[in-house]
Design a protein around this ligand. Structure first.
Ligand code: SF4
Ligand code: SF4
Length: 117
């Protein structure tokens, strides 16, 4: 668990940040997260989760955007920072994610158990 915690901290600090279209959450939807990341998110009632998923929404998306922004999972942070997950509105950081870091994240996604948020 400790190793995963360190990895998440490492990945988070190496994913470049950028400014989104104000109020946009078009890339939010049902996502997968590791159990370490899940443990940082508030519990969502089953009914709320089902309603969100039925609309192809993320259960943590509120009227004013992501309600768990500080602890949003890696996949949310990665979106827009790699040509493989391009923002449909052309937003991106000045420098895209380093290819070696992206590869490490991919391996992490494959190796560590992920569940639906
Ligand atoms: S990355 Fe693009 S689609 Fe996603 S919230 Fe930002 S502006 Fe919207
Ligand atoms: S956790 Fe937040 S940023 Fe990620 S999909 Fe859900 S609402 Fe969007």
């Amino acid at each position: 668990m400790m190793r995963n915690r360190k990895k998440i901290r490492f990945f988070r600090s190496h994913i470049p940040e950028f400014s989104c279209v104000p109020g946009c959450h078009d890339c939010c939807g049902p996502i997968m997260a590791s159990t370490e990341e899940m443990s940082r998110l508030p519990l969502v009632e089953d009914a709320k989760r089902e309603t969100a998923l039925a609309k192809w929404d993320c259960p943590h998306l509120g009227v004013s955007g992501c309600q768990v922004y500080e602890e949003r999972p890696l996949i949310c942070r990665l979106f827009g920072t790699t040509p493989r997950l391009k923002c449909p509105h052309g937003k991106q950081p000045e420098t895209m994610i380093d290819a070696a870091i992206e590869m490490k994240i991919e391996i992490y996604f494959r190796k560590v158990r992920h569940v639906m948020v």
